[in-house]
Design a protein around this ligand. Structure first.
Ligand SMILES: CC/C=C\C/C=C\C/C=C\CCC/C=C/C(=O)SCCNC(=O)CCNC(=O)[C@H](O)C(C)(C)COP(=O)(O)OP(=O)(O)OC[C@H]1O[C@@H](n2cnc3c(N)ncnc32)[C@H](O)[C@@H]1OP(=O)(O)O
Length: 243
């Protein structure tokens, strides 16, 4: 699955919906057993959630958007397919969440390709299920520091803290993901799937039990004047970077 939403693969409502539909199609076709998730945007895996979806819109839109974000995470996190990410670019916040929801992560060795949950740098916070997904991957202490500081880890550090499983030269990221896949596909499918569910269901259930409350929290939080201002300032900084 090659993500293509130029220029930065931001996860707009439309793009989230496309990803969901693609995932559902693959999952319902018995011929498919695995996905390699990668990017078609040079140097960028994903810039995360689309800030334009969270800025200057009305509460109904925020609620619809957040429901789609939840849905995408739940579907990827609990997918019965083997999902491996071949991370071939910078990968921020919501994009990093997507990679963390995969079964295995290969990152291209380029110092520009940092990844992490950097929400605090924008003046927002990573929701509890983003946090849980990170804790499940790197452990509590590393997650606590990374989340508070909004750290984006370059490849060597991402490997060291366990955010990714392998770092390879840029031109080998897909072939490394394919080689890894062979090992996962050699395991009897039902045993692997049940084990994945055993490991992940408690985390997913936390959100499933509070889905509506989580949407309301998000809408309340993102609608605050101070948060809207912080997002506008961040977007402005991104634009000014060019001049
Ligand atoms: C008490 C509280 C209770 C409950 C709380 C409940 C909920 C919590 C609340 C909120 C949770 C929200 C969680 C949010 C998750 C996210 O994912 S936020 C997004 C974070 N992403 C980033 O910080 C990355 C930002 N982008 C970049 O750093 C860079 O763009 C890049 C390194 C990815 C690429 O750099 P360049 O190649 O140099 O490209 P440009 O920077 O010039 O960008 C091109 C173009 O794209 C626009 N853009 C970039 N990122 C985004 C984005 N995420 N969304 C929308 N648009 C983006 C950028 O502005 C440029 O636009 P133009 O200038 O060309 O118009």
């Amino acid at each position: 699955m090659k993500m293509r939403n130029p220029p930065v693969n931001s996860l707009s409502l439309e793009f989230l919906t496309e990803l969901l539909i693609s995932l559902e199609k693959l999952e319902s076709d018995k011929a498919f057993h695995a996905i390699i998730l990668t990017s078609d945007c040079p140097g960028i895996f994903s810039a995360g959630l689309d800030l334009m979806e969270m800025c200057g819109r009305d509460p109904t839109h925020y609620a619809e958007y957040w429901k789609a974000v939840q849905e995408l995470w739940l579907r990827f996190y609990l997918s019965h397919l083997v999902v491996i990410s071949a991370i071939n670019g910078v990968n921020a916040a919501g994009g990093c969440l997507l990679a963390l929801s995969c079964d295995y992560r290969v990152l291209a060795d380029n110092p520009k390709y940092a990844m992490g949950l950097n929400e605090t740098l924008l003046g927002i916070i990573a929701p509890f299920w983003f946090k849980d997904t990170l804790v499940n991957t790197v452990g509590h202490r590393t997650a606590e520091r990374a989340l508070q500081l909004g750290l984006l880890f370059p490849p060597a550090e991402a490997l060291q803290v366990g955010m990714v499983d392998k770092v390879v030269p840029e031109d080998q990221v897909l072939s490394a993901a394919r080689s890894e896949l062979a090992q996962w596909l050699a395991i009897p499918g039902h045993a692997r799937q049940l084990t994945k569910s055993l490991m992940r269901k408690p985390t997913a259930d936390r959100l499933l039990k509070e889905r509506d409350a989580d949407i309301q929290n998000f809408v309340r939080f993102i609608s605050r004047d101070a948060i809207q201002k912080a997002l506008r300032v961040y977007l402005e900084k991104l634009k000014q970077k060019k001049t």
